[in-house]
Design a protein around this ligand. Sequence first.
Ligand SMILES: NC(=O)c1ccc[n+]([C@@H]2O[C@H](COP(=O)([O-])OP(=O)(O)OC[C@H]3O[C@@H](n4cnc5c(N)ncnc54)[C@H](O)[C@@H]3O)[C@@H](O)[C@H]2O)c1
Length: 243
Amino acid sequence: MAEKNIALITGAGGGIGAGIAKKLSGDGFTVICVDKDANMVEQVSASIPGSDWFALDVTKESEIVALRDSLAKSVGNPTHVVNSAGVFFEHSLLTLEESEFDLIMNVNIKGMFFMCKAFIPAMVEAGKGNVINIASTAGLRGGRNRPIYSASKGAVVLFTRSIAIDFGSKGVRVNCVAPGLIDTPMASWISNDKEALSKWEKTIPAQRIGTPEDIGKAVSYLASDESSFVFGETLVVDGGGMA
Ligand SMILES: NC(=O)c1ccc[n+]([C@@H]2O[C@H](COP(=O)([O-])OP(=O)(O)OC[C@H]3O[C@@H](n4cnc5c(N)ncnc54)[C@H](O)[C@@H]3O)[C@@H](O)[C@H]2O)c1
């Protein structure tokens, strides 16, 4: 990579975010890891030479703006932003509390809105930039016990496509990756039950649960010039579960 590219990854304390951060660092990016969980993100950053970390809650616009302003003065504006922070828990429409609805929506889509609103202007000014949002196959079709999570991820897909149209002509490429089931703490609802997991694995072409590395590779492609004609795309990485 000829010039210095800076990739800011939210949710980098989590499984997929850490996988993305490691892959992009290997690709030559200067990596900035952010997460609400300071301990986790510090550990991830410690394993990635040359990276830095910050504790940040993506639902707080003021925290995002403060980080953006401080990065602009220190390392520079991120050329790439990967929005991987997210929350998932199984729920029923009939018993979900309003506060739980708000939590899912606030982290999964409002936080992405705050991040894009904060970081896209500098990309537009530079005439280039790259945003990758982590959606989910749950945002592409319905599933059991996840109506509001699915709605939040469906929102990520259409948010991505819409801002790809608004900012593509200004040099900013926006895409998303829709993972299927990936082996991280978020998948514990099934991975803790070995029998259920093995039964599920037999139903998909890849015959296995995905890994954070699988998602890191997809993000690496979208972050690179190899995908320079790809705008507003939803790259499904799910071992063929949606095939
Ligand atoms: N694991 C899967 O099977 C799977 C499948 C499809 C999509 N996804 C999506 O991938 C993304 C990453 O998930 P994961 O599997 O790594 O889960 P994870 O739970 O391991 O990581 C999620 C991270 O987001 C962070 N986070 C939560 N709320 C935050 C906030 N308000 N501000 C900043 N950080 C916050 C958490 O601290 C955690 O480190 C999520 O958007 C998730 O919806 C995961």
